[in-house]
Design a protein around this ligand. Structure first.
Ligand code: GLA
Length: 367
């Protein structure tokens, strides 16, 4: 996708400034970043991003660890950080099969609960969490990762116990709790045709049932060769006729050697650390740095091309040191998936991304 990279010097602009005519640009934050413990990175976030997502603090296990026991201390600070800085605040996520405590699906004796009990728990959770941040959180990942790679519905405890209409119920409860909030469907590997077809069918079904799905989230846990720019392009084009926006919600580029053939961003995967899987413990060679920059530029060129459909691009983390990819799917590696290095300095990839923005490509009219 022929973007030519400048090899020296960094753009003097910021991400949010560069993409202001294209889409919101964001990052997922950890607790140290929004509570002020990590003030250097907090300053970087305020300067560069106009939307934020919570890495963990709004997941079920964090806000609702035990029956009848909610804990909002960290989530409140996350939301306050976004409000103070005038950012579009994302809620992530309400219904998922991971990071949800076992008790949610069990009775006192450890047996599976019935449909009605689980629906009551779901409604209580969604109305409490969404209700608390009504008017503050602008959009919610209502259901995360409901699909299998072949596009069929994942046999999660939600589906097993409630049935396929658990999705409809989740969106209805969320809408009742905050009618103004945007409601999203979020998943990985939607760039692969079978899973994408499943997502299209799922969204069409929800729409036919009266749910307004504002956007589909492509998580964007990408590698150096997947998805191809053409695959990303056709994915965005395929969702657009549904009348939903497309967002990249968890963008990062895993450029370490593959530990598995699988492209699935399945969080439960875990492979043993071997030296050949961790080649850059002393820094990234310049040539590899440049490949990463080019890869980011190629993907952003597609996103900018679709700026009318793409409403948001969010990175999963701010600096390389914070990324979950240092520990997934192999624990203890040195990963370089983001635009800012461990010291918070912009990498060549930052400059490469900035150069794809329309603002910079539109010649300024002489005054
Ligand atoms: C999934 C989830 C995120 C996060 C990442 C890995 O993509 O949606 O919340 O857990 O995995 O960090």
């Amino acid at each position: 996708m022929g973007i030519v990279l400048a090899t020296s010097g960094f753009a003097q602009t910021t991400l949010k400034e560069a993409f202001k005519n294209d889409f919101l640009i964001g990052a997922a934050l950890n607790e140290a970043e929004f509570t002020g413990q990590n003030s250097n990175v907090a300053a970087l976030i305020k300067a560069q991003f106009d939307t934020i997502s919570p890495e963990n603090v709004l997941k079920w296990e964090s806000v609702h660890p035990q029956p009848n026991k909610y804990g909002f201390a960290a989530a409140d600070q996350y939301v306050e950080f976004g409000q103070k800085n005038g950012m579009f605040i994302i809620g992530h996520n309400l219904i998922w099969h991971q990071q949800t405590p076992k008790w949610v699906f069990q009775d006192d004796k450890g047996n599976p609960v019935g449909r009605d009990t689980l629906l009551t728990r779901m409604q209580d959770h969604i109305s409490t969490v969404v209700g608390r941040y009504k008017g503050k959180i602008g959009g919610w990942d209502v259901v995360n990762e409901a699909l299998n790679e072949d596009g069929t519905l994942r046999d999660s405890p939600w589906k097993k116990i409630i049935g396929e209409d658990y999705l409809l119920k989740a969106y209805q409860f969320a809408h009742e709790a905050d009618p103004q909030a945007e409601l999203y469907y979020n998943d990985y590997s939607l760039e692969n045709a079978p899973k994408r077809e499943g997502a299209i069918a799922l969204i069409k079904k929800l729409q036919a049932q009266g749910v307004q799905v504002a956007a589909v989230g492509l998580q964007g846990h990408y590698t150096m060769d997947w998805p191809t720019p053409a695959q990303l392009d056709e994915t965005i084009a395929a969702f657009s006729p549904l009348g939903v926006k497309v967002m990249i919600t968890e963008l990062d580029l895993n450029m370490l050697p593959a530990a598995t053939q699988s492209q699935a961003a399945e969080v439960s995967m875990n492979f043993a650390l071997r030296a050949e899987l961790n080649p850059y413990t002393n820094g990234l060679p310049a040539a590899v740095q440049q490949q990463l920059a080019q890869r980011y530029a190629d993907l952003f060129a597609v996103l900018v091309k679709h700026h009318d459909v793409v409403s948001r691009v969010t990175f999963w983390g701010v600096t390389d040191g914070d990324s979950w990819l240092n520990n997934w799917p192999v624990k203890g590696r040195t990963a370089y998936p983001l635009l800012f290095g461990r010291n918070g300095q912009p990498k060549p990839a930052f400059n490469a991304v900035i150069q794809t923005s329309k603002v910079l490509q539109t010649p300024q009219k002489p005054r």
